[in-house]
Design a protein around this ligand. Structure first.
Ligand code: GLU
Length: 346
């Protein structure tokens, strides 16, 4: 009996002093498994549980006390508003606990940047929240998930990660949620921040920061989803040569409160889009001009006179992130000037 007590005390003393990190798992390639083995390019996302993920990286136990929770187990192409709300609420709940140092969220890479930005605007804490994933499945040769996960936990427990908003830690780089984008469909070095660059690096757990995000986030964000069970409907439509008006009208008549145009160049509009959006604006739908280019600003009053036309310009947010901000913006106001301000503030 005495021996057991001594052992328990010893174990407690090991755990004591180590920060507590929650790993919230949502699926993705990091939890993917290929039936054909190490070189199979076809695999199923979200096949591995959070416990199995953590078991694959025992080194994490040397640096933190880790608790895993399975929030979803999907390929992130199936991510939706409902899971975002659930995730934001759970993150806020956990971060209110004094003993929780930070949170790591494992996630598919396809929509990781959208989830990161949604949380960046809805988490009410300056404790670190770090998204991580993998480009190679857990059964693949040179799987990148284990080291990415180890690095992400290191980022989550690092004191300098506090107050930097939601972060994405992938392939030894740390990116700010607002800036990060997946830029390559298959390569491990896919996450980049085209407008600003990465804000830090994490090399075998060694964290270094070079920049801090300047746009408002987390504690300074005015968006509160704690009492929401759904978000206003906002859709994205693509700009390209010869756009058929029927595509645009379908989006406009879908019940959307807002439309993001992933326009060509500086968010410019094909003539059919100008007609369709002009009508939508008159009917009270918020139309925001973004760009499909992938970097750079969509400027207010570029080739479209937004003042006259009644549209909003999305600064340098990607169309998918502009949708996130417009959904949250519409939970507060329908005022176009205010919504435009959000795009400069966040
Ligand atoms: N479509 C999958 C997802 O986003 C694969 C991408 C990944 O996780 O790397 O979950």
């Amino acid at each position: 009996m005495k021996k057991v007590l001594v052992l328990a005390a010893l174990l407690a003393s090991f755990a004591f002093g180590k920060p507590l990190v929650y790993v919230l798992a949502t699926g993705g390639t990091i939890a993917g498994s290929a039936a054909g083995g190490a070189t199979d390019t076809a695999y199923t996302s979200g096949a591995v549980t959070v416990d199995a993920l953590l078991k694959a990286v025992p080194q994490i136990n040397d640096i933190a006390v880790v608790k895993g929770e399975q929030v979803a187990n999907i390929g992130s192409q199936a991510m939706n508003n409902e899971i975002w709300l659930k995730l934001a609420k759970r993150v806020n709940e956990l971060l209110k606990q004094k003993d929780v140092a930070g949170i790591v969220i494992t996630h598919g890479t396809d929509t990781m940047e959208e989830t990161a930005y949604f949380l960046n605007l809805t988490v009410k804490s300056d404790k670190p929240v770090v998204l991580v994933g993998a480009m190679r499945s857990s059964t693949s040769m040179s799987a990148d998930g284990p080291l990415n996960l180890y690095n992400a936990v290191n980022v989550a427990i690092n004191k300098e990660s506090k107050g930097k908003g939601v972060l994405v830690a992938m392939n030894e780089e740390i990116h700010a949620a607002r800036e990060v984008q997946k830029t390559n469909t298959t390569g491990v070095a896919t996450f980049k921040s085209p407008n600003t660059g990465k804000i830090g690096s994490v090399f075998y757990g060694n964290v270094k920061y070079y920049l801090s995000p300047v746009r408002a986030h987390t504690k300074a964000s005015e968006f509160d989803v704690s009492k929401l069970s759904e978000l206003p409907k906002v859709e994205v439509v693509m700009g390209y040569a010869n756009v058929d008006r029927a595509m645009l009208d379908a989006a406009i008549s879908s019940g959307a409160k807002g439309i993001i145009n992933a326009g060509v160049g500086n968010g410019s509009l094909y003539p059919t889009a100008e007609e369709a959006f002009g009508k939508a604006i008159k009917n009270g739908i918020i139309v925001a001009r973004s760009s499909r280019v992938g970097s750079g600003e969509t400027t207010r009053g570029g080739e479209t006179n937004d003042d006259k036309f009644g549209s909003i310009a999305t600064d340098n947010l990607s169309p998918a992130k502009a949708r996130v901000l417009l959904m949250l913006g519409l939970t507060k106001t329908n005022d176009k000037a205010k919504l435009q301000e959000y795009f400069y503030k966040y």
